[in-house]
Design a protein around this ligand. Structure first.
Ligand code: 5GP
Length: 110
């Protein structure tokens, strides 16, 4: 079981900032910016490349939640990051978006 599933199950503590029937959002344990929130589906999908057509609405919902959290926090510019697979920099194999903000970002990322 991934640590994110344990957070969903409340077997591991996390600073939860938003929850509904489809998703959970919580503070990243090792923030890279003043705001660093992870938004995850409650459904166990390891990575983006595993989604099915029936997950399209769920993925759109996650982006909608990210927009709402960013607005609540007064973030005008921010970065939304989705790492896919080991080569894509993914470490936890439960699909998650990073919402990071509160400082300027550069492109390309490292
Ligand atoms: P990835 O590298 O898979 O895209 O991102 C995983 C993120 O999960 C990292 O930013 C890491 O700091 C965060 N993380 C790893 N373990 C935990 C944990 O137990 N709790 C929380 N809140 N974040 C975690």
């Amino acid at each position: 079981m991934t640590v994110f599933k344990k957070i969903i199950n409340r077997e591991l503590p996390a600073k939860i900032v938003y929850e509904d029937d489809k998703c959970l959002a919580f503070e990243d344990i090792n923030p890279v910016a003043p705001t660093h929130i992870l938004v995850i589906p409650k459904k166990e999908i390891p990575k983006l490349s595993d989604i099915e057509e029936s997950d399209k609405e769920l993925l759109g919902h996650l982006l909608w939640v990210i927009k709402k959290i960013a607005k609540e926090r007064g973030l005008e510019g921010y970065r939304v990051c989705l790492n896919v697979g080991k080569e894509g920099g993914q470490h936890i194999f439960h699909l998650h978006f990073h919402l990071i903000g509160g400082r300027p970002f550069e492109w390309p990322p490292g």
